[in-house]
Design a protein around this ligand. Structure first.
Ligand code: ATP
Ligand code: MG
Length: 472
């Protein structure tokens, strides 16, 4: 199998060929780039392996490309990198690895191309393409990765138990590639993941979450979560999610399986957004349902306050999973907390005040919140679905009208704390906060418009009621 033709798309490789000639070393394209070339998924990362020094090869290539080209050397790893336009070339010497049981960091020594291919995670990631004169473009595929690509299968090159035991992160990677590429995991490989799952504990949470986030960003993330669930990995890395699974029956009444519901919501929202954090909000929107579940003889299963309890679980989960604790986390928390509010707004005789409150609380995130709510419709009854969708259409229209009228998105009452202190000659005390809050409430309730004069007058009135006199 020869890929000379396909490689003409990357003229820079002729410089690599020339450099390999000059050094008299054997040089190959390797890994994800080869896989993606065959799958016709254009990729910007080009991994190149040489049976020799990766750094020396990179320097030679750079010299051929011209004086302006820089080589970034990573001495500790023995690798070097060249950036050309939007391409990133990574050069590494072929190596052989051996592992100790307590670490996923192998002892490394120089090796042959075959050694290097042996240490790779999956057959589809272990293919090489020659960049040497004698057989330029020729596929070097000792594990028949090509067949697995065609059969759409993830399989380890060596015995899967050893592969996963050596580096347990590969278990996450197997599921990640299966999800990204929509491939199956070959049965022996999957069984080895089930058997080795506990070894994931030697992998840092950051690396695990990196892979998990790639799964979440795939086209159909539910597939990855199902693989994680059935392999047993999900229970180790994300136990809260396992709790969602299952249906309890009392007196003939069941509730929906919140695990599969959540996955459906995640897939739904993924059709409307590539935003990782909105997808995370979908994953976590019902996370407190198990903790709040009760059976009521009259109404059946209830999950009172699960949105609030769930919101409070978000920081804990983010901290453990080493996800950011910044505004991304606060966004997810907010969406979890608010995810039922638009549904309340679909009820009849909803006041403008309730609408205004939601707009103020959601602020810039109102569109994302509505996306989440629409994704949350997973009823199998098309009539119900239609009704829910229409309800949300209506809510969205009302929100829009209100927003146009009141500009509530970045709502700040016109009266500030400083103005209150000045008007009444107060120090920063509880009273100041109370007056401020009262003015804010009056505006949101629509008692007064958000304009200086009426708000100021209202402030004086509240002050009078509290027995506080303005200074003349
Ligand atoms: P992508 O860049 O889309 O995530 P990739 O296959 O290029 O996919 P990288 O993480 O960039 O993945 O790794 C490049 C190559 O290095 C892989 O194709 C694989 O051959 C090898 N590799 C990476 N991580 C491991 C690992 N943990 N164990 C074995 N081989 C690995
Ligand atoms: Mg890569």
């Amino acid at each position: 199998m020869n890929f000379k033709e396909e490689l003409t798309e990357y003229p820079i490789l002729s410089s690599v060929l020339e450099a390999s000639e000059g050094l008299g070393e054997q040089v190959y394209l390797i890994g994800g780039f080869v896989r993606d070339l065959i799958l016709k998924r254009p990729s910007k990362d080009i991994d190149i392996v040489t049976v020799g020094s990766g750094i020396a090869l990179a320097e030679r290539v750079a010299a051929l490309l011209g004086p302006q080209v820089q080589v970034h050397i990573f001495k500790n790893f023995g690798t070097a990198q060249i950036k050309q336009g939007d391409l990133e070339l990574e050069f590494v010497g072929a190596r052989r690895e051996s592992y100790q049981s307590d670490s996923r960091k192998p002892a490394v020594e120089d090796g042959s191309l075959q050694d290097d291919q042996n240490r790779r995670d999956f057959t589809i990631n272990a293919m090489g393409i020659s960049l040497n004169k004698k057989d330029f473009g020729e596929l070097v595929d000792p594990f028949d990765g090509l067949r697995d690509l065609r059969k759409r299968i993830i399989r380890t090159p060596l015995e899967p138990g050893i592969t996963f035991s050596d580096d347990p992160l590969r278990m996450m990677r197997a599921i990640r590639f299966a999800t990204q590429l929509n491939f199956d995991i070959e049965p022996d490989t999957f069984e080895a993941i089930m058997a080795m799952k506990d070894r994931i504990s030697i992998v840092s949470m950051e690396r695990i979450s990196d892979e998990l986030n790639k799964i979440i960003l795939a086209k159909t993330p539910s597939y990855g979560f199902k693989l994680l669930y059935h392999s047993g990995l999900l229970g180790i890395i994300f136990p809260e999610m396992i709790e969602l699974q299952g249906v309890e029956n009392i007196e003939g009444k069941g509730h929906k399986d919140n695990f599969y519901h959540t996955l459906q919501v995640l897939d739904n929202v993924s059709e409307t957004t590539d935003d990782l954090w909105l997808r995370w909000a979908a994953i976590l929107h019902d996370i407190a349902k198990p903790a709040t579940k009760k059976f009521d003889k009259k109404v059946g299963w209830t999950f009172h306050n699960h949105e609030e309890v769930g919101a409070r679980m978000v920081p804990t989960i983010f901290r453990r999973m080493k996800l950011p604790l910044n505004e991304k986390m606060r966004f997810v928390k907010k969406l979890v907390r608010l995810h039922l509010r638009p549904i309340v707004l679909t009820k009849d005789n909803i006041t403008d005040a309730a609408m205004r409150r939601l707009l103020v609380e959601a602020g810039e995130d109102i569109e994302d919140l509505m996306k989440l709510c629409r994704a949350d419709i997973t009823s199998k009854n098309p009539l119900k679905v239609k009704k829910y969708v229409q309800n949300f259409d209506l809510v969205e229209q009302k929100l829009k009208d209100l927003e146009e009228r009141d500009k509530l998105r970045n709502f700040q009452p016109v009266i500030t704390g400083a103005q209150i202190m000045e008007a009444f000659g107060l120090k920063p005390t509880r009273e100041v906060g109370e007056i401020k809050e009262a003015v804010r409430e009056a505006i949101l309730e629509g008692l007064i418009p958000n304009e200086l004069e009426p708000a100021y007058a209202y402030m004086l009135k509240i002050g009078a009621e509290m027995g506080i006199k303005p200074i003349a």
